[in-house]
Design a protein around this ligand. Structure first.
Ligand code: CTP
Ligand code: MG
Ligand code: K
Length: 172
């Protein structure tokens, strides 16, 4: 399990569509919530107002588009355009589904929309993205461990930035 600097940078490059899909709904989201305002059988919201259709499909589009740009910058990393597009689509879809699962679990734990859930908030999207993209292209175990360790800090940094920019009301 050796990890050179360049292999760690490639890990970032690989996961970028998932980061974009997870972050872009902050700006693109709003409107109709995915759960339609409905409650689960515990009487609490299924997902909550923080998970919207616009955020979901906006994130999916931005994440997939990121992969197309990446292909034109580093075609050899992907082999062909179809692989790059499919990989980015699956990373983005995984990130968004992982985020929905996280919100579902938070609501079941009686945490209101926007409440922090350390671990789940920073890693749920990442683990789901890695899982969905696995059949197309994957990373070494060293690269995956690296992403699991650094992603929470990137997540916190990005959220703090979005808070300071006035895009979101809490810094987490
Ligand atoms: N967002 C969205 N649709 C999504 C995901 C996110 O519209 N599918 C937007 C919402 O405006 C949300 C913001 O992005 O408030 C930040 O996302 P996140 O932190 O995941 O949502 P929270 O508001 O914290 O809600 P939850 O407690 O359910 O995680
Ligand atoms: Mg949040
Ligand atoms: K989240």
């Amino acid at each position: 399990m050796t990890a050179s600097l360049s292999s760690l940078l490639w890990a970032f490059w690989y996961i970028l569509p998932a980061y974009v899909a997870n972050g872009s709904p902050v700006l693109l989201g709003g409107g109709l919530p995915i759960d339609g305002g409905r409650n689960w059988r515990d009487g609490r919201r299924i997902l909550g107002d923080g998970k919207t259709w616009r955020g979901f499909f906006g994130g999916l589009a931005c994440g997939t588009l990121t992969g197309l740009v990446q292909y034109f910058l580093t075609p050899d990393f992907y082999g062909n355009l179809k692989t790059a597009a499919l990989l980015a689509f699956l990373l983005a879809l995984g990130a968004l589904l992982g985020d929905l699962i996280g919100s579902f679990l938070k609501r079941r734990a009686n945490l209101p929309r926007g409440a922090p859930a350390i671990g789940l908030d920073q890693l749920g999207f990442l683990i789901a993205a890695l899982a969905l993209a696995y059949p197309v292209k994957t990373l070494s175990s060293g690269q995956i461990i690296f992403l699991l360790v650094v992603s929470p800090f990137i997540h916190w940094g990005a959220n703090y930035f979005a808070y300071r920019m006035g895009w979101k009301s809490v810094p987490w």
